[in-house]
Design a protein around this ligand. Structure first.
Ligand code: GDP
Length: 461
């Protein structure tokens, strides 16, 4: 265990008024700080670990109570950080929490850096780096599916998988190294190389299997940008509201109402989708509207997917066709709205004018076809591939690039074996691969990368 000699403190709950607010303290001085700050209601001798005590936090200036609280001391190593941790459960108000934190600082604590509690947990071996990163994903998850995947990461499912790949690799490496010790000869005999080439192939398959889950994992973690576009009055704002399940955009029958953008994140069948409602595209816009329209083209260019909305109660117009044509290179869904009114666009016409474009009839106003549209968005986001029900998904770019590097070292080792390279060189490449795999869980991660990772956390986490 890596002992820190300083004791850190921070407010662990979000700002604002709440039922409770927690000041978290971690380090060797936690219990001493408790002795001086906390006045228990009943004196019960030394504090028992993992027990709540009721009392007051008192001001060092005048001995007056700052707040009536519950404190819990969690002695090392059975705490989040692996150190002595003191949590002071106060009433949830900014003023109270800051006053309690200030007292703790006056009693020798240091204000914690961003993510420092989790960093200590990692340095003290309470979790590996991948699990520490999953903590942040868990807190910021925007859908249940995202939460499940992050929780699986926190529970160590992906860490275990990578660890087992590492063990397999270590086995090959140790065999190779022992053969280097026994002979100075080059290891190019087919009896030796063939089985190793095969074993490496097996490891590569496992790594590639994990890499293949990245697209899906990233989607559920980071989400997807969808822009709704179309001419004015086709029902774009109504569709945004329908997908959000609330009235957010202004819906009017006057064309050209949405001149700016409205962006909202919405959970579409487990995927956090950033939906953008844009200005209506029309031929002769007014001044302000023109700017809005210019921006629409920019927005749609950046989008991961575009929903072109047309009004199915009127025949297709030149503008509709223009919008579709301009977005043809994008993953595109054609949503034909106002299905509750008389259909003026025959399906046959759609498939003739826009071959290969997937169309769905909806009624933004009454909800008809919305579930089908959501399914279509999800299917297109997942590239029409079956999505897995496994929670063992790769979500993090850092992990992905480490796995890719590990795989390319293995490929180099494999082609070296085929070319009759020396055992030393093959061993070197296998070690390189091991290092890349090790960087995922943090076994071989440099200090500056660690700092970078934890600096994205919030204070108190
Ligand atoms: P936008 O300009 O494209 O954002 O269109 P709005 O969402 O503001 O809608 C324009 C008009 O069409 C409003 O009067 C809506 O009530 C109406 N509208 C939108 N969707 C539907 C629909 O599915 N059915 C019918 N009948 N009217 C709709």
């Amino acid at each position: 265990m890596l002992a820190h000699d300083d004791t850190i403190a921070a407010i662990a709950t979000p700002p604002g008024a709440g039922g409770i607010g927690i000041v978290r303290i971690s380090g060797p001085g936690s219990e001493d700080v408790c002795q001086v700050l906390f006045r228990p209601k009943s004196t019960a001798g030394p504090l028992k670990s993992h027990h709540f005590y009721h009392g007051d936090i008192v001001s060092s200036a005048n001995g007056n109570a700052i707040d009536e609280v519950l404190v819990v001391l969690m002695r090392a190593p059975n705490s989040y950080t692996g150190e002595d941790v003191l949590e002071i459960h106060c009433h949830g108000g900014n003023l109270i929490l800051h006053a309690v934190l200030t007292e703790a600082i006056m009693k020798g604590c240091r204000l914690a850096d961003r993510g420092e509690f989790t960093k200590r947990a990692y340095l003290n071996g309470r979790m590996d780096l991948l699990q520490a990163e999953a903590v942040m994903d868990l807190i910021t998850a925007r859908t249940d599916r995202g939460r499940e995947i992050a929780l699986a990461g926190l529970k160590g499912n992906l860490s275990e998988k990578i660890q087992s790949i590492r063990s397999d690799l270590i086995e090959i490496l140790s065999f190779l190294e022992s053969s280097i010790d026994f002979s100075e000869e080059e290891i190019s005999s087919p009896e030796f190389s063939r089985p190793h080439w095969q074993e490496i192939e097996g490891i590569l398959a496992s790594i590639n299997g994990i890499l293949e889950t990245y697209r899906e994992g990233k989607l559920f973690r980071d989400g997807f940008n969808v822009v709704i576009t179309g001419r004015p009055n086709v029902g774009k704002s109504s569709l945004l509201n329908r997908l959000l399940g609330e009235r957010r955009a202004i819906v009017t029958s006057v064309p050209g109402t949405t001149r700016d953008f409205i962006e909202e994140t919405v959970n579409i069948n487990g995927i956090p989708v950033l939906l953008t409602d844009t200005a209506g595209i029309r031929k002769f816009p007014e001044e302000v509207e023109r700017e809005g329209i210019a921006l629409v083209w920019e927005k749609t260019l950046m989008a991961d997917m575009v929903i072109v909305l047309v009004d199915g109660s009127t025949p297709l117009t030149e503008e509709d066709v223009e919008v579709i044509d301009k977005n043809r290179k994008k993953p595109l869904i054609l949503a034909v709205n106002k299905s509750d009114l008389t259909h003026q666009i025959p399906d046959k016409h759609i498939s003739e004018v826009f071959p290969g474009i997937s169309a769905v009839w909806i009624s933004a106003k009454y909800g008809e076809g919305i579930e089908a549209l959501k399914e279509k968005i999800k299917a297109m986001a997942l590239d029409n591939e079956d999505y897995s029900t496994s929670d063992l998904l790769l979500t993090n770019l850092r992990h992905k690039s480490a796995l890719q590097k590990a795989a390319s070292s293995l490929l180099a080792a494999q082609s070296g074996i085929l070319n009759g390279n020396s055992a030393e060189l093959t061993a070197f490449e296998l070690k390189e691969s091991l290092d890349h795999l090790g960087s995922i869980a943090g076994d071989t991660t440099s200090e500056d990368i660690l700092d970078k990772i934890f600096s994205t956390f919030c204070v108190g986490k």
